[in-house]
Design a protein around this ligand. Structure first.
Ligand SMILES: NC(=O)c1ccc[n+]([C@@H]2O[C@H](COP(=O)([O-])OP(=O)(O)OC[C@H]3O[C@@H](n4cnc5c(N)ncnc54)[C@H](O)[C@@H]3O)[C@@H](O)[C@H]2O)c1
Ligand SMILES: [Fe+2]
Length: 348
């Protein structure tokens, strides 16, 4: 299961050839997956899976292809409707093997128990959360990301950094997830500008792939927070890509969070390369400036206004975001609807 962009980049054919040479025949390629996949894609992909009597799934692509593959893996044997699987722990035991190969760096979806789909009617991105979605095998090969266009490298790379930072400050972080978050922050901050400027730079791609994987392991256990919660309605209503909508909210939400966990921001600043002598008081500004300069370096657009979003819509977007309690409960500082609206205003 993949999408057209990945297929056209020539990434699928060598893998299929290798599988065939190992005696695996009857391979069906499904490449109709759309970016930020809608629920109907999962329905039609499942039909193909059943009609072709498939007995296992390999998801190859960015988060969109892997999330679809994960959803089909649990849905293909399910008697209930797809929308009954949304939420936490609503999946029956998965009956077919599932392997994921990321081609972006990235969502970390190859090691998480979540599949994010766009619910067109609700105009919201929704998650199926279940350990049944965890792939049996994740194959992280940086070579698969070399064909990523710069805009995808930028958006998915900032997404990975958001995973690392949000999991570090999450209410559910542990010493183990924090070690992974710090490792990811160090790698991504250094490697992203290189991977963006020089797509073929395999060393930068390898550091990004590793950083993305570590961030995925961290947030898969500790969760992400308000950046993701506020990004969801932007994806659901205005079809901004996941990485871009996260990037637009990143610095504004972090400014809000600074006062709640200054020592965490000191550690994040150190991971981002601050002098060892930096004070807790200066660490917050260092992190915000570093994030802003990184977003500029990879040419992420400036504000919500650039995406045709009306200022008068911000209240109802804030109301939608305040319903994403699954993620807001991870955030170190609580947010009321008014607080969320103020953050959207600042990001406008
Ligand atoms: N399950 C999770 O844990 C998780 C975490 C974060 C994000 N997500 C979801 O992942 C999706 C975003 O995934 P993404 O940022 O990886 O982007 P994507 O999968 O939507 O891909 C973006 C575009 O890049 C192309 N592309 C991907 N890899 C390529 C390559 N190597 N060469 C050429 N083109 C390539 C694709 O064809 C597509 O057109 C969103 O739906 C988001 O909600 C899921
Ligand atoms: Fe994300």
């Amino acid at each position: 299961m993949t999408d057209k962009g990945v297929l056209d980049a020539g990434l699928i054919q060598p893998i299929v050839a290798e599988l065939k040479s190992q005696g695996i025949t009857g391979i069906v390629i499904y490449s109709e997956i759309s970016a930020e996949p809608e629920t109907h894609v999962v329905e039609s992909c499942r039909d193909v899976f059943i009609n072709e009597s498939c007995d296992g799934i390999i998801g190859i692509g960015g988060g969109s292809a892997m999330d679809t593959a994960k959803a089909v893996a649990v849905y293909q044997s399910e008697k209930r409707a797809l929308n009954e699987l949304f939420g936490e722990n609503n999946c029956a035991r998965r009956t077919v093997p599932l392997i994921c190969l990321p081609t972006t760096a990235g969502t970390g979806s190859e090691v998480t128990n979540i599949s994010i789909l766009s619910d067109v009617e609700a105009q919201l991105k929704k998650g199926i959360v279940s350990d049944e979605l965890l792939p049996d095998v994740a194959i992280v090969a940086p070579e698969l990301t070399q064909s990523c266009p710069p805009s995808v490298t930028a958006a998915s790379g900032i997404d990975a950094l958001v995973h690392a930072v949000e999991s570090y400050i999450s209410n559910f972080a542990s010493d183990i997830t924090r070690a992974l978050s710090v490792g990811a922050i160090k790698m991504i901050v250094n490697a992203l500008p290189d991977a963006y400027r020089r797509p073929d730079d395999l060393d930068a791609r390898e550091r990004m792939a590793t950083g993305s994987l570590m961030a995925g392991l961290a947030f898969g256990n500790a969760g992400v927070g308000a950046v993701h919660a506020l990004a969801y309605p932007l994806g659901g209503r205005y079809h901004l890509s996941h990485g871009v909508s996260n990037a637009l909210m990143f610095t504004h939400v972090m400014r809000w969070n600074l006062s709640s966990c200054p020592n965490d921001f000191l550690n994040i600043a150190l991971a981002m390369g601050a002098e060892a002598t930096i004070s807790e008081a200066d660490a917050g500004d260092f992190v915000i400036e570093k994030l802003e300069s990184l977003c500029r370096a990879v040419e992420i657009p400036g504000g919500l206004r650039e995406f045709g979003i009306e200022r008068s819509d911000l209240r109802s977007i804030a109301e939608a975001a305040s319903g994403v309690t699954r993620l807001l409960r991870n955030n170190p500082r609580e947010l009321s609807v008014d607080d969320i609206e103020a953050i959207y205003q600042a990001a406008y």
